[in-house]
Design a protein around this ligand. Structure first.
Ligand code: NAD
Length: 321
């Protein structure tokens, strides 16, 4: 089997390649060429960590495997390590033999940022100019960098529960040549597109914080109990997701569906919009929400391309198992 260490990923995988891999896999999922296995995600009762497995099989691309890992909230503060830790394992679908083990940390950030960017490309208004950010942690910087490539954004506004972290995203905006302004939550009314990427268990963004026509990529909620948006906001919106089963169980829609404000049948697949079988946004004033829960197939897609690149460039390590 091949090992592609975490340290090699930055030199192998680009934002563009991640965007293409994720857009293609969402389309394959909606066409039923690829499917995700049920997610295991557990609070392990140690270090306040959430740990689990996300796997799947892409019959068209012949990619089989899983990502193992999760979220250790004290890593940064205690050890100087990022809080999100993961490894991707790929298997040969013909034999079941292990094909590769790939560092999953940077890949997770790139594939998660690619998912919200794919949603912004397909669901935001074409004239979107103000990008709102809720969250300023590790993932937020990747989210912002990728989103700035989707539209001609002229300004970034940001709010974070811990305001002292806002310079993290201000630096990304300024590096991309776009001015940044810190706002209070009602100030999000100015945004045409909002990305939320926090580890919150209570909503920050309320229905009366946003304007008609806004697209919201809700990316932080990937576990039962987490929540970033008021449930009533989803009830007013046209809601899309990567995977409906995850959206209503571990994603943002778990709350609106659980409270009877949104029917599971009204949660749509972003892949269907990509394939042209769902119209996506239907008016300039409609609010659209992408509930990005993070699917195993996203990880497998980006990991498979990295393994091919690593072998071709001679940086993959071959070991016997
Ligand atoms: P991080 O620890 O680096 O940042 C956490 C962010 O959440 C910070 O902005 C922090 O200020 C904010 N926050 C913490 N407590 C809060 C609270 N009570 N209310 C509001 N905001 C609060 O984490 P990260 O690596 O940036 O990950 C952020 C979230 O994204 C996590 O929940 C993670 O599980 C999730 N995530 C989702 C996907 C996906 O595919 N959807 C992928 C990766 C990470």
């Amino acid at each position: 089997m091949w090992i592609v260490p975490e340290r090699e990923i930055a030199g192998l995988m680009s934002r563009e390649a991640a965007f293409e891999a994720v857009e293609a896999v969402f389309a394959a999922m909606a066409a039923r060429d690829a499917y995700n296995f049920p997610v295991v995600r557990e609070a392990i009762g140690h270090e306040d960590a959430l740990y689990g497995f996300k796997g799947g099989f892409d019959r068209a691309g012949l990619t089989l495997g899983l990502k193992a890992g999760g979220y250790w909230p004290h890593n940064l503060e205690k050890r100087g390590e990022i809080n999100h830790q993961s490894t991707v394992f790929l298997f040969d679908p013909d034999t079941g033999k292990t094909h590769a083990m790939v560092g999953g940390n940077l890949l997770t950030a790139l594939r998660t940022a690619a998912a919200s960017s794919v949603s912004i490309k397909h669901l935001a208004r074409k004239d979107a100019r103000v990008l709102g950010m809720i969250g300023a942690g590790h993932q937020a910087t990747f989210q912002l960098r990728a989103a700035l490539e989707t539209h001609a954004f002229e300004k970034v506004i940001g709010w974070n529960y811990h305001p002292e972290m806002l310079p993290n995203i201000a630096a990304v905006a300024e590096d991309a040549g776009v001015p940044f302004e810190a706002v209070e939550l009602p100030g999000m009314a100015e945004a045409d597109v909002i990305i939320s990427i926090t580890s919150a268990f209570a909503p920050s963004l309320m229905a009366d914080h946003i304007s008609p026509g806004t697209h919201i990529a809700a990316m932080g909620t990937d576990t039962k109990g987490k929540q970033e948006l008021e449930a009533a906001l989803l009830a007013q919106a046209r809601v899309f997701t990567d995977e409906v089963a995850q959206s209503v169980s571990i994603g943002e829609a778990q709350h609106a569906v659980g409270q009877g404000l949104l029917a599971q049948a009204d949660v749509r697949e972003l892949g269907a919009v990509i394939n042209g079988t769902d119209p996506g946004r239907t008016s300039e004033t409609e609010i659209t929400v992408f509930d990005g829960t993070g699917v195993g197939l996203q990880d497998l897609a980006v990991a498979a391309s990295v393994v091919d690149l690593a072998i071709a460039q001679g940086v993959a390590i071959e070991v016997d198992v």
